[in-house]
Design a binder for this molecule. Structure first.
Ligand code: DP6
Length: 345
């Protein structure tokens, strides 16, 4: 017999950034973070896992290509999942011994990996939840998110839809460092996100390397994790619960700027945004000023692409500007014309 399970996991984009680890093996962060999970229909990873007694070794296929499964992060996830399954089997000896069999895993993104969009988050979230489903693990989503965290920190947040917090925790073994849902997407369904793809060139400093350089060299980073983020976490959580877009937008933009400032304060400095990214920042402030109210927020991860958050009721107001400004942005490559501008819910 072959046992199989399939799941999808969506991309999440942080509005309060995770940047810095206190434990690099377990991906334990130096601060709590908050994100919005994008809709399943738009950016997601689909993963299927199969297991059978006759499988000879663990295998992984990513986007149609065989991929090494020997990396430490994937191995940590598989070990934890097998351990939980083993506990289940020892409690109920009538269960098939799936924990002892090899796994075949196939994973596919519905968006280009090269676009610099958080593919590792959706990837590890889907990998871990597919196997958890295959093993019929009774653990809660937050408990499973702890395992996804070991694959990639930001992956723990993709286990939930809607508005998600990753609570940093304080324990050395990381048992209290996991994701919890702040609000469901249906609690604030007017929220929309759109991705402005500025460049699809792969970033030269990975998040993993970049954040460790910041931890090691930036003085500004200490201020960020000790004072700025703890305060912002509470303000942003409240803004989400109360559906206060102006406050949510302000904290989101300020946190993106704070994170990129610590990158610049690293030594040698790390530049993730380019001139086009900076133009987008200026537009967003001009748009908000023009309307006399906050209708758009920008945020940038470890790359030059912008994610804009806005309320559905303001979509036309925002896109009127985006369409108009497109032609006049220096550095905006022709391939990113309005026709290819991707809007996601
Ligand atoms: C800027 O989760 O990719 O997107 O834990 O080393 O895999 P690892 O890092 P990763 O870092 C994401 C950084 C970020 C901010 C965020 O998503 O919170």
């Amino acid at each position: 017999t072959i046992y199989t399970a399939s799941v999808t996991a969506p991309v999440n984009i942080a509005t309060l950034k995770y940047w810095g680890k206190r434990d690099t093996k377990l991906n334990l962060p130096t601060n709590s973070s908050i994100s919005v999970t994008l809709s399943q229909d738009d950016l997601r990873t689909l993963t299927s896992a199969a297991t059978a007694p006759e499988f000879e070794r663990d295998t992984l296929w990513l986007n149609g290509e065989p991929h090494s499964i020997d990396n430490e992060r994937t191995q940590n996830c598989l070990r934890d999942l097998r351990q939980l399954r083993k506990e289940l089997e020892s409690k109920d000896t009538s269960l098939p011994t799936l924990s002892q069999w090899k796994l075949h895993i196939v994973s596919e993104n519905n968006f280009p990996t090269a676009a610099g969009l958080a593919s590792s988050a959706a990837g590890f979230a889907a990998l871990v939840s597919a196997i958890a489903k295959l093993y019929q693990l009774p653990q809660s989503t937050s408990e499973i998110s702890r395992i996804a965290r070991k694959g990639s920190g930001s992956a723990c947040r993709s286990l939930f839809g809607g508005y998600v917090a990753w609570e940093m925790g304080t324990a050395e073994d990381g048992h209290d460092s996991m994701a919890v849902q702040i609000a469901d997407s249906s609690d604030w369904p007017q929220m929309k996100a759109c991705v402005l793809v500025v460049s699809d060139i792969k970033k030269d400093v990975s998040s993993t390397q970049g954040m460790q350089l910041t931890v090691a060299t930036s003085e500004l980073f200490k201020e960020r994790i000790e004072h700025v983020v703890p305060k912002r976490f509470e303000v942003m959580r409240k803004a989400i619960v109360e559906k206060d877009f102006a406050s949510f937008a302000k904290e989101t933009m300020m946190d993106s700027n704070s994170f990129h400032a610590t990158c610049l304060d690293s030594f040698p400095p790390i530049f993730y945004m380019n001139d086009t990214s900076k133009h987008i920042i200026s537009w967003c402030h001009s748009i908000n000023q023009f309307y006399g109210e906050t209708i758009v927020a920008y945020t940038f991860d470890a790359g030059p692409n912008a994610v804009l958050y806005y309320l559905a009721e303001n979509e036309l107001k925002l896109f009127a500007f985006i369409y108009k400004l497109f032609g006049s942005v220096p550095g905006w490559d022709k391939k990113f014309t309005v026709g290819q501008l991707e809007a996601f819910n």
